[in-house]
Design a protein around this ligand. Structure first.
Ligand SMILES: Nc1ncnc2c1ncn2[C@@H]1O[C@H](COP(=O)(O)OP(=O)(O)OP(=O)(O)O)[C@@H](O)[C@H]1O
Length: 741
């Protein structure tokens, strides 16, 4: 019986299901009463905390922390408004725990003593709800799922885990997983906290604070796991809530798809972004000219190729070299260093300046910090040289006058003064008159030294460094395994304009010049992680000083910028040595029949990867053929047929990037609505159609998918076969492939 069909009515008290629903309704009513009371109480406390005034920074700091804590709890209470409680576990010794979106303490008046009203799904006590199986029941007799509509309990289903026979209070039926998996897609991912599976839950609540890498085939729940882990980490790891969590996805279409999951788990403070947008936001505005539309549009092939070749870790060395080459290089020192101090020229020998350079570089600061050290040390050398110079001049004058007058000039002057009845101490000489502190201040504050230093250790902007590094990378032999075309690409890219492909380089250059970015996070989640190049990983790590990351991806789905087929290579040594790897093996999205269509392609793109096991069976995928001239009409027809298979559902049309516009306009004229490449179109049966370029389909899903011209998809990009693998694995229910005859 579908859960939604079960509604409690006062007249059907005999039904065991309804009796259980009423029992649970009582429990849920008590929970909501507590939520309402807590909300009221917290609001009062928050208002009071916000009013408090103080000049004491410690008090202010404490108050800020308190306001943050109260606001966080209030938001969690607010988000729990729907489906506050979704589960219950009964132990074999008769203890009962309800599991939900947040924890609620025991009722003080409750006879049940210290049993909480509700246990937060992230708490250790909730673990058996997810982990218990009939083989390992973990002390449970029964796991119960509750279905709620707002505050109303609409159904219960039980699983008996200890092998006992169902009693009068057990409502054994289909678990809610199947209902969740076959529910119509809305175009936005839902949270699955009620049905998280044991292998997923184990990853979500892993205590490993370092780098957790989760690999698995399409639809195995990698995104689900990554997002629920973000919520878990926020609650379970100290300090993370204060430092923030960043979730990275490949493009804004994907971010929109996952945007509701964390808010519906009560987490509103997580930053969702793309690797490109995060970097772009840290650079001065206008450094990279990209409109939001371009970000979502298909990326030019040249840009992807540049991302790949300029994404290699070796570029980091070339950027560092480019900066170092602008720090008083030997060839700029050949003539020494000359600066005017007052009316005089001061000259420093090349080896003196080289010594200053070494001291400045050894300070281990970014380029501009190093420049400040260089400038100060140069000022010091100039002061020393000036004092030494003045002394030498005086000594020379003394020696010359001694030769002239046949004695020590000072002694002669002292004798003359004494004869005049004056003090016999000679006046301070010129070297003593020279005030080193004043000279140093003049050098450091005036423009002359700064200008002279510019010729040796110039101020730089990231673009200058990137241009130099790319030009160096384009030289034969600079980068291993580069083709002539790639070198030409690097040479062209060196003169700008800057595009998304340059962003990781600009970010690295910005760090070399001025240090790490201002904003960093306590934990970073990277979804579709197979897309990132080594240089992009460096940009991610720059924002995650704690090195606490959850990384999920599937190398078989890698796009055009990826070069590696092992995580160890793709992630690089810094990440890999901290990584724990977990695998997900069950495909929840799609049916065994659909996976079978994709399997031969998987065997080609990732021969070492074991195919996932589908949790469901379904209809055989459809295969249609059309002449090239009829392709659009055939796709329109197949979209109609697919929509009929998933009434009210979401149909995705996936095609090579340059073919998308044609299918969108054919569907527009047929459906009388604009499916665009982004917006929804409405078909006759009330469903929706989305036309999506295959380069943007990673991570998405639809009830039905029409893959248009698979050969065209394969031919369109260097990663064409992997694109096709992605396209074939997007459907929950119905797949149609339209080949060109
Ligand atoms: N435990 C679960 N309960 C309910 N639904 C689930 C569960 N696990 C996964 N799903 C559903 O299966 C589908 C696929 O999950 P998800 O997108 O996380 O997979 P993925 O491994 O990230 O896929 P891809 O590699 O294609 O990006 C989603 O609709 C998700 O909601």
């Amino acid at each position: 019986m579908p859960l939604s069909d079960v509604r409690p009515t006062p007249t059907s008290r005999q039904s065991p299901t309804l009796r259980q629903i009423e029992t649970e309704q009582d429990a849920v009513r008590r929970m909501h009463a507590r939520v309402d009371a807590d909300t009221e109480h917290l609001r009062t406390q928050l208002a009071r905390a916000l009013q408090g005034r103080s000049a004491d920074t410690t008090v202010l700091h404490d108050r800020e922390a308190r306001v943050r804590l109260l606001s966080r709890r209030l938001r969690a209470l607010d988000a729990a408004g729907h489906a506050l409680c979704f589960g219950r576990i009964d132990t074999t010794d008769g203890r009962v725990l309800h599991v939900g979106r947040l924890g609620l303490q025991a009722d003080p008046e409750d006879a049940a003593g210290d049993t909480p009203l509700l246990v937060d799904w992230r708490a250790d006590a909730a673990r058996p709800f997810y982990a218990a199986t009939p083989v390992h029941p973990l002390g449970l007799r029964r796991r119960r799922h509750l279905a709620l509509d707002g505050r109303t309990v609409t159904g219960v289903t039980d699983e008996l885990l200890d092998g006992s026979e169902p009693g009068p209070d057990d409502v054994v039926g289909d678990g809610p997983l199947l209902a969740a998996l076959t529910a119509r897609r809305t175009g936005r991912m839902r949270e699955v906290v009620a049905t998280l599976q044991a292998e997923q839950d184990e990853i979500v609540r892993s205590a490993h604070r370092g780098v957790l890498v989760v690999e698995g085939g399409p639809g195995t729940g990698k995104t689900v796991v990554a997002l629920h882990r973000a919520a878990y980490v926020l609650a379970a790891f100290d300090g993370v809530a204060d430092q923030g969590v960043l979730v990275l996805g490949p493009n804004s279409r994907f971010l929109d798809y996952i945007s509701q999951v964390l808010p519906s788990l009560g987490e509103n403070d997580v930053v969702l972004s793309t690797p490109a947008a995060v970097v772009r936001g840290a650079l001065p505005p206008g450094t990279v000219a990209v409109s939001p539309d371009e970000e979502d549009g298909a990326r030019p092939a040249a840009d992807a190729a540049l991302s790949r070749v300029a994404g290699r870790a070796a570029l980091a060395d070339l950027l560092a070299d480019a900066v170092r080459a602008r720090q008083a290089p030997d060839d700029a020192l050949a003539g020494g260093f000359v600066v005017r101090v007052g009316g005089d020229e001061v000259r420093l020998a090349p080896d003196v300046v080289a010594g200053v350079r070494t001291r400045a570089q050894d300070a281990g600061l970014p380029h501009h910090g190093g420049r400040a050290v260089f400038l100060e040390e140069m000022a010091e050398e100039i002061v020393d040289a000036t004092v030494a110079d003045a002394r030498a001049t005086l000594e020379r004058i003394d020696a010359e006058s001694a030769a002239l007058i046949g004695g020590d000039l000072d002694a002669v002057v002292a004798g003359d003064l004494r004869r005049l009845g004056l003090d016999g101490t000679p006046g301070a000489d010129a070297a003593d008159e020279l005030d080193p502190d004043a000279l140093r201040a003049e050098l450091l504050e005036g423009p002359a030294l700064d200008r002279a230093v510019d010729a040796l250790w110039p101020r730089l902007d990231p673009g200058q460094v990137v241009a130099a590094a790319l030009a160096a990378a384009a030289a034969p032999g600079a980068l291993p395994r580069t083709t002539e075309d790639e070198r030409a690409l690097l040479a062209r890219a060196a003169s700008g304009p800057w595009t998304d492909a340059h962003l990781p380089l600009l970010d690295e250059a910005a760090e070399l010049l001025d240090g790490p970015p201002a904003r960093s996070y306590g934990h970073v989640v990277v979804d579709e992680a197979q897309e990132l190049t080594p240089m992009q990983w460096r940009a991610v790590l720059r924002r995650c000083p704690s090195r606490s990351l959850t990384i999920v991806g599937d190398l078989a789905q890698a796009g055009p910028s990826a070069e590696h087929d092992r995580w160890a290579d793709a992630l690089g040594p810094d990440l890999w040595r901290r990584a724990q790897v977990r695998a997900l093996t069950v495909s929840y999205r799609t049916t065994a029949e659909i996976l079978a269509v994709a399997r031969p392609i998987l065997a080609r793109v990732a021969p070492a990867q074991a195919p996932s096991v589908a949790v469901r069976r379904g209809d055989e995928p459809r295969r249609a053929t059309a002449l090239r001239d009829d392709l659009r009409a055939a796709v329109v027809r197949e979209v109609g047929a697919a929509a009929d298979l998933v009434p009210g559902g979401l149909v995705g049309v996936l095609a090579a990037d340059d073919a998308v516009a044609g299918f969108a306009s054919a569907l527009t004229s047929d459906l009388g609505a604009d499916p665009g490449t982004d917006a929804d179109g409405v078909d006759g049966s009330g469903g929706r159609v989305r036309v999506v370029p295959v380069s943007q389909a990673r991570g998405l899903e639809f009830d039905a998918v029409v893959v248009a011209d698979p050969a065209g998809i394969v031919a369109a990009r260097s990663c064409g076969e992997r694109d096709l693998y992605v396209a074939l694995t997007r459907a929950t229910t119905a797949l149609t492939v339209v080949d060109v005859d």
